[in-house]
Ligand binder design. Structure first.
Ligand SMILES: NC(=O)c1ccc[n+]([C@@H]2O[C@H](COP(=O)([O-])OP(=O)(O)OC[C@H]3O[C@@H](n4cnc5c(N)ncnc54)[C@H](OP(=O)(O)O)[C@@H]3O)[C@@H](O)[C@H]2O)c1
Length: 305
């Protein structure tokens, strides 16, 4: 099969190569999925799981990409819950070969059915950003209606989902980002916007929940804005600055079939919009995933035309 592989950690995104790899086979409780569309997070080359297996052994050449939408073509020994021919979408294991390829083998429990009226490119854009936003807001952040959320990077892949889901849940959302992101963040449902390059973040006042996708100095300053009993939820790694009288948590998104179903249902009924910046073929994927300018949302690779 055609696949994009990486072998050289130091080369970063520029080290991606389009090549031929053997088709994967289904292990216990796995399915093989013929991939129609794949999603990719630009920071994947920095993740240890891109380079090593769960025991820390080198697993290169590895196939990056962990989000997918496609059709099940084979079931492994003992696999239940999905059928051959079924449309699915989901999140592949961080430590196994990923989704910038024509086929992937992965555990069936990491997938959910993709309704027939949802395009594969849309399905592939949802798992990481949608689940990260959902888990950060509702599981880790315990967001309640009427609370306020500081949604960093509100025009980005995760931030746009955070903004929309928080808005739908009845929260007051303060989006942040670059000056050029203001209108996009407001369109996703932010009540107000802080341009981090030109406005004073501190003017955002006290908030109940900070959803941090930026970290560093922005993360530290944001923790000071949390009201008593509030929470900083971060997805950019520890240490997370802890508010004086509140909570701090850093987490890595986990796949969850019920949450994937909730997310795709919201896309179908118009409560949630995807944030796809561009769609490229697998043949053109390396150029698309190495853009010279700013990314404008998720980059999706249409593997099957
Ligand atoms: N732990 C997890 O489970 C998990 C899951 C998903 C994502 N993540 C992480 O979350 C981060 C965001 O991912 P993403 O896919 O949402 O990326 P993205 O689509 O690039 O969104 C990030 C947004 O934040 C903006 N931003 C970043 N730094 C900024 C700054 N200093 N001032 C103003 N705006 C700034 C970016 O603008 P520019 O492009 O102009 O910088 C972009 O609009 C990544 O580090 C990713 O690895 C973690």
């Amino acid at each position: 099969m055609k696949a994009i592989v990486v072998t050289d950690r130091a080369a970063g995104l520029a080290g991606m190569k389009l090549t031929e790899r053997p088709e994967p086979t289904a292990a216990i409780n796995d399915v093989v999925v013929q991939i129609h569309a794949s999603g990719f997070v630009p920071t994947e080359m920095d993740w240890p799981s891109t380079w090593t297996d769960r025991s820390g052994r080198d697993r290169t050449p590895s196939i990056p990409g962990h989000e997918l939408a496609g059709v099940v073509t084979a079931l492994g020994y003992g696999t239940t819950g999905l059928n051959v021919g079924q449309r699915v979408f989901g999140l592949a294991d961080w430590h196994r070969d990923g989704t910038l390829a024509e086929f992937v083998a992965m555990e069936a429990r990491n997938l959910a059915p993709l309704p027939g009226d949802v395009d594969f490119t849309v399905g592939a854009s949802l798992p990481i950003s949608g689940l990260t936003a959902w888990q950060g807001l509702f599981q880790h952040g315990r967001l309640q209606a009427g609370q306020s959320v500081l949604a960093h990077g509100a025009a980005g892949a995760v931030g746009s989902m955070v903004t929309q889901l928080a808005h739908e849940a009845g929260a007051y959302v303060i989006g942040t980002g670059r000056a050029a992101d203001r209108q996009k963040a407001l369109d996703f449902g932010a009540n107000e916007f802080v341009d981090l390059d030109n406005d004073a973040l501190e003017d955002a006042g006290g908030v109940d929940l900070v959803f941090d996708v930026i970290g560093g100095d922005i993360g530290k300053r944001s923790a000071r804005l949390v009201r008593a009993g509030g929470t900083v939820v971060s997805v950019v790694g520890p240490p997370v600055p802890r508010p004086a009288d509140g909570w701090a948590i850093d987490f890595v998104v986990e796949t969850d079939r019920a949450q994937l179903i909730e997310i795709v249902q919201r896309v179908r009924d118009g409560r949630l919009r995807t944030n796809i910046g561009g769609i490229a073929t697998l043949d053109n994927a390396i150029a698309a995933l190495n853009p010279s300018g700013r990314r404008k949302g998720k980059s999706i690779i249409r593997v099957r035309p």
